[in-house]
Write a protein that binds this ligand. Structure first.
Ligand SMILES: Cc1ncc(COP(=O)(O)O)c(C=O)c1O
Length: 372
């Protein structure tokens, strides 16, 4: 007789999450089907209130995706052709894409090798008369050095947009990600720490004027029905997706705790594998929601191969820094050696709140064997 098949290890386990929340998710979706207000239905405002209150920010504006959140945030700030926005090249491409879409220029500064987040010491020398904003990314689920970034921005009269696509639920000095700067933008892409079942996103700000501008921009710049007072986009989040996020909020606090716990266990258990595998630093003044659990491998190809042979899925976030992408090479990007080195070393291990300790121990043992 064949041995019973081992359950497949999931990189992100959305099926387990759905099984745990099935009754609430189904009921929430059914309620939308019943009332039929698929665009700007009551769940949209309900979610915005819940998220604003959880993040501790006055305004939350839901939008069609994390990318749209960043784009609308820049539009609300009035970023225009010729302006510059300082950001990191070590991110998902959307971070720079929205800047370029507005005719502005992303000015890339390098990242810290220990966190993969923007290196604050390099920001001020990159500021010019054209700089309008700084856009740090809370990569893999933990915030950058936001106090220092805000202080630089204050000195130069700049706005700060936190690209918090991967970090909703994380804390920085007791404050929530998305409540750390002028504007915070998150994503509800299905595999994000708080995800929906399609595309979705949200923008957070304490500024009344910016919030009004964002609400207008997401509906084609409309201030009243068919009165278009500014240039906008079709950027609303569907009622159905808001309903899914509302249902997922029921278990979100538990999930945030689980993610932190699993992240701590990975860090402890992988520590002895250095320098073949090195974990990233999580400073004591912040928490991470570990959208990805990413480590640095001295020989990534070998680790990838070894884990694949043992049935363990991995991913690379991100194999090429943005300034090396074909569409961005013309941006006269300078030397960004840390990002380039990290792009060759980063590898993400399975991470989701439903991972049990036995599965995690098996993954760690497989990592150890793969690099032995
Ligand atoms: C850092 C970062 N910024 C922006 C985005 C864009 O979000 P979305 O996929 O919801 O458009 C993502 C999502 O992948 C991301 O990881």
């Amino acid at each position: 007789m064949n041995a019973p098949e081992q359950p497949k290890i999931q990189f992100v386990d959305l099926k387990a999450q759905y099984a745990a929340l099935k009754a609430s998710i189904d009921a929430r979706i059914q309620a939308v089907l019943d009332h039929g207000q698929f665009i700007m239905g009551p769940e949209v405002g309900e979610l915005e209130e819940r998220l604003a209150s959880r993040a501790g920010v006055k305004h939350c504006v839901t939008v069609a995706s994390g990318t749209e959140a960043l784009l609308i945030a820049l539009m609300a700030l009035g970023v225009k052709p010729g302006d510059e926005v300082i950001t990191t090249p070590f991110s998902f491409v959307a971070t720079a894409e929205v800047i370029v879409l507005l005719g502005a220029k992303p000015v890339f500064v390098d990242v810290q090798p220990t966190t993969c987040n923007i290196d604050v010491a390099l920001i001020e020398p990159a500021i010019t008369a054209r700089t309008r904003a700084i856009m740090p990314v809370s990569l893999y689920g933990q915030a950058s050095d936001m106090d220092e970034i805000n202080a630089i921005a204050d000195r130069h009269g700049l706005a700060v947009i936190e690209d918090a696509a991967q970090s909703f639920g994380a804390e920085y000095k007791g404050r929530q990600s998305c409540n750390l700067s002028t504007i915070g933008c998150t994503s509800f892409f299905p595999s994000k720490p708080l995800g929906c079942y399609g595309d979705g996103g949200a923008i957070f700000t304490g500024d009344d004027d910016l919030a009004r501008a964002m609400k207008e921009i997401r509906v084609h710049g409309q201030s009243k029905r068919y009165v278009h007072t500014r240039i906008g986009v079709g950027g609303r989040m569907d009622t159905l997706q808001c309903a899914v996020v509302l249902a997922k909020l029921e278990r979100f606090e538990w999930e945030v705790t689980q993610r932190a716990k699993i992240g701590r266990r990975y860090a402890q258990q992988l520590a002895s594998l250095a320098p073949a595998v090195r974990t990233l630093t999580l400073p004591e003044d912040r928490t991470s929601v570990h959208a990805q659990y990413t480590v640095l491998a001295a020989d990534r190809a070998r680790l990838e191969r070894g884990l694949k042979e043992r049935g363990i899925p991995t991913a690379v976030h991100y194999p090429v820094p943005i300034h090396r992408q074909p569409a961005y090479r013309h941006l006269e990007a300078c030397e960004l050696p840390v990002s380039e080195r990290l792009a060759e070393q980063v590898i993400s291990l399975p991470m989701h709140p439903d991972m049990d300790e036995g599965t995690q121990d098996g993954i760690v043992a497989a990592v150890a064997r793969a690099v032995a």
